[in-house]
Ligand binder design. Structure first.
Ligand SMILES: [Zn+2]
Length: 325
């Protein structure tokens, strides 16, 4: 090897090192760009994205997170908490774009999502997990005994908000919700025990469907009763009020305390009355009142939304509480 040869070897080594450095630098610049916080009205999402995600996958995940956080912000006009820490990991098992999501109740509160990054943006947008988990941030955790309240709120909004977003049509919102209620009813018949008992023992009794969908029925019934009263309040205004007065207070809440506050915020006794009606019943909450008011007719087990204007307006008011109709 002559000097020239050695020089060219050294040169190519330097070239390779430079190339590696440039690639590394651009990668870290990119990684930094993609871990940039996402801002939405009233809140910031700090992000920790799995480095295994490709640049385009990171872009897709960021867009999905932003859209989901935005629609949850629409309930009150502001994201539920000032800062949420969002961690996204590649799922090693499970189907769909987001096989698993979990609230992290640290400081700040946040969410860990396990995703299948190969799935399309459209599939991410249609999935319910994101909007369910983000909706959990609306209220503090009321404790395992009252987990029906927490899961009920998230299950109610996972359908309502996909309607607000235009991901589901108005009719699909009710079909999806009804399908959930049917699963809950079936589970209630099998378990034949009061919601109060099953909420506290949800994990050991496997009563997820009963607990989640009884809670969703509670919030649908509450939203409908406020509407029936001609009240200026709605679930959305109660959530806005709760955010303003209470969400970030350094205190623990149980279900009855939260329900009392919802009554105060809605200037009614809708929430406590409804709680009294369902919590010690071994049967699934009766939805007849809500379905009749909303013009949701059951025909041979299938839900048929009545197209008459008054019914349609009542239903749309739940999906778009801030829109003047
Ligand atoms: Zn949940």
């Amino acid at each position: 090897m002559n000097d020239t040869g050695r020089a060219s070897v050294i040169g190519s080594r330097i070239g390779r090192l430079l190339a590696v450095a440039i690639v590394g630098l651009s990668f870290s610049l990119f990684a930094a760009a993609n871990s940039q916080p996402i801002t939405v009205p009233g809140g910031t999402l700090s992000l920790a994205l799995d480095p295994a995600l490709s640049p385009s996958q990171q872009e897709k995940v960021r867009r999905w997170l932003q859209e989901t956080a935005l629609v949850v912000s629409k309930i009150s006009g502001q994201f539920p908490i000032p800062i949420a820490h969002i961690e996204v990991k590649v799922a090693s098992y499970g189907q769909g774009p987001v096989p698993w999501g979990q609230i992290t109740r640290g400081t700040p509160n946040g969410i860990t999502f396990y995703v299948n990054p190969e799935q399309s943006l459209r599939q991410f947008q249609q999935d319910w997990t994101g909007v369910h988990e983000f909706s959990h941030l609306l209220i503090p955790f009321p404790g395992s005994a009252d987990i029906w309240l927490s899961e009920g709120l998230a299950s109610y909004y996972q359908n309502i908000l996909r309607g607000t977003q235009g991901i589901l049509t108005e009719e699909q919102v009710w079909q999806e919700m009804h399908a959930g209620f049917l699963r809950g009813q079936k589970d209630a018949i099998q378990k034949d025990r009061p919601l109060r008992e099953l909420s506290g023992s949800m994990w050991s009794t496997g009563s997820y469907k009963r607990v989640y969908w009884s809670g969703a029925a509670y919030f649908l019934l509450a939203d409908v009763r406020l509407q029936k009263l001609g009240s200026p309040h709605s679930m959305a205004s109660v959530m806005a009020g709760f955010q303003a007065c209470c969400r970030m207070l350094p205190q623990e809440w149980n279900g009855p305390e939260m329900i009392l506050r919802f009554d105060q915020l809605s200037e009614s006794d809708v929430f406590s009355t409804l709680y009294g009606e369902i919590i010690d019943q071994a049967v699934f909450p009766d939805l007849t009142e809500a379905y009749t008011w909303l013009g949701l007719d059951l025909m041979g087990g299938r839900l048929e939304p009545d197209s008459a204007t008054k019914f349609k307006q009542r239903r749309l008011k739940l999906i778009y509480p801030h829109r003047n109709q």
